[in-house]
Design a protein around this ligand. Structure first.
Ligand SMILES: Cc1cc2nc3c(=O)[nH]c(=O)nc-3n(C[C@H](O)[C@H](O)[C@H](O)COP(=O)(O)OP(=O)(O)OC[C@H]3O[C@@H](n4cnc5c(N)ncnc54)[C@H](O)[C@@H]3O)c2cc1C
Length: 431
């Protein structure tokens, strides 16, 4: 039985390029954990929100790069307490209930998550909140005049998109909105290495219980080069109750250069394959039949970030003095990936808490931009501590409230006491 032909029409592009325009109160650039946090908070405040991302789905690195564990939501130590709430509470509640989140309390509280389920959680929350989401849209231009972003243009595979809004959140991870607006940004002059996380399957689920990471690290140091490996530390994390593990164990450079994007994918995957060869040979009793189940996208740590009204320094976070414009609380340690071989760690005492000031999240010369996530202003060491997902969630919350208070005015003029009252849970709560 043949079905009827579907009629078609013939069309061609007019001389003019088509441009779809969307208007909103707030435009969020970047749908990673910080952008999603900002968008959901702003929608809760009754703002009309558009969230735009160049990737084909929401979630940023948390999903696409299979980060795998949520850290920085708690202080350290046996008496650790939660310092960031907002969407973190909903996420913990919902994903724990369905078995997609595992809470672990070692030196601090971390959460192992199922990235497929977290991705769907983000999508369903964004949809339910009535937020306009646009994916596959890469920023091409920012109209910046009189200290304000007027509109932002994007290229999509189906034509151009313009977003007009009162306020803009740059949660691009690479300070793209600020950079394209012509505002000053910082780039590291020596590499801060990225990693391509991947999932491993096919190993012995019983024998893996005896896997000793300290031994793996020692052997990476002595034998890794023979397999083409460069990093000597990192993690292999078996998901209890699952048949796969997450590997965060390679290092490569992540320059902000359009011609470097595929190189990162190829180099990250090459090192992932080399890890499999290393594990098969060196730990054959566990990994003889291991293989890569899925490669994540290249994970970028510290690429390009803003010049804020103030820069947070490693001394600030060591001293932990509370700034007058505190907007988020943090506890994560310095974790700088500044050599190919190893990670530089600086640990703080138990329950050490420090703050991200709003002034690190706002460029001095713009009135309607707030930055959230891994591209706020901090020196290399402080940024390595505040870029983890707990603080990213807290910065998203703060960015939404700052722009809600500013409306058509300036974020530099908002009443800090009002902002901090709204951010009570993320600045004061200790339960
Ligand atoms: C390998 C690795 C391991 C890590 N491990 C952990 C961990 O275990 N726990 C933890 O909590 N944190 C970890 N981190 C840190 C943390 O994952 C990231 O810093 C955090 O997810 C960053 O979130 P974000 O929202 O700031 O940015 P991103 O997740 O990078 O999101 C930015 C979004 O902006 C979009 N975008 C950028 N430019 C444009 C443009 N021009 N046009 C349109 N869209 C654009 C991108 O597509 C992306 O979706 C790790 C990081 C890496 C790289």
């Amino acid at each position: 039985m043949s079905s009827e032909l579907i009629p078609t029409r013939t069309t061609r592009r007019n001389g003019e390029r088509t441009l779809t325009t969307v208007k909103a109160d707030l435009c969020v650039l970047g749908a990673g954990i910080s952008g999603v946090s900002a968008a959901l908070e702003a929608a809760k405040l009754g703002r009309k929100v558009v969230i735009v991302d160049g990737a084909p789905a929401l979630g940023g690195q948390a999903i696409g790069s299979i980060i795998g564990t949520l850290i920085g939501l708690y202080t350290h130590g046996p008496q650790a307490y939660q310092i960031t709430h907002g969407i973190a509470d909903d996420l913990i509640r919902d994903l724990t209930a369905e078995g997609s989140l595992l809470r672990m309390h070692r030196s601090t509280v971390t959460f192992q998550y199922d990235e497929v389920r977290l991705g769907r959680w983000m999508e369903s929350k964004i949809e339910a909140a009535g937020i306009k989401a646009v994916v596959g849209a890469v920023l091409t231009d920012v109209a910046f005049k009189n200290r304000r972003v007027q509109h932002v243009d994007f290229a999509t595979r189906f034509g151009g998109l313009r977003v007009e809004a009162d306020g803009f959140i740059d949660s691009s991870g690479d300070a793209t909105l600020c950079f394209e607006a012509g505002l000053p940004v910082r780039e590291p002059e020596a590499p801060v290495y990225g990693s391509l996380n991947f999932l491993i399957e096919g190993y012995d689920l019983e024998a893996v219980k005896d896997l000793n990471m300290e031994d793996v690290r020692k052997r990476l140091k002595t034998h890794g080069a023979a397999y083409g490996l460069v990093r000597h530390d990192g993690w292999l994390m078996h998901f209890p109750g699952k048949s796969f593990m997450l590997a965060n164990i390679n290092h490569f450079e992540t320059p902000v250069n359009p011609l470097a994007t595929a190189t990162m994918v190829f180099e990250g995957r090459r090192q992932a394959d080399a890890i499999i060869s290393f594990l098969r040979a060196e730990y054959a009793n566990i990994f003889a039949n291991a293989r890569v189940r899925v490669y994540g996208n290249p994970g970028l740590r510290q690429t390009r970030w803003i010049v804020g009204t103030r820069q947070l320094t490693v001394d600030d976070i060591r001293k932990a003095a509370r700034p007058a414009d505190a907007a988020a609380r943090c506890a994560w340690w310095v974790e700088l990936h500044d050599t190919k071989e190893l990670v530089h760690w600086e640990q703080f005492p138990d329950n050490h808490v420090y703050y991200i000031p709003l002034s690190c999240m706002v460029p001095a010369d713009a009135d309607n931009i707030v930055v959230a996530g891994r591209c706020v202003d901090a020196d290399s060491h402080a940024l390595s501590a505040i870029r983890v997902m707990g603080p990213c969630i807290a910065m998203g919350t703060a960015a939404a409230h700052a722009l809600d208070l500013a409306r058509t005015g300036s974020v530099h003029d908002i009443e800090l006491s009002k902002l901090q009252k709204r951010l009570y849970d993320n600045l004061e709560r200790k339960d």
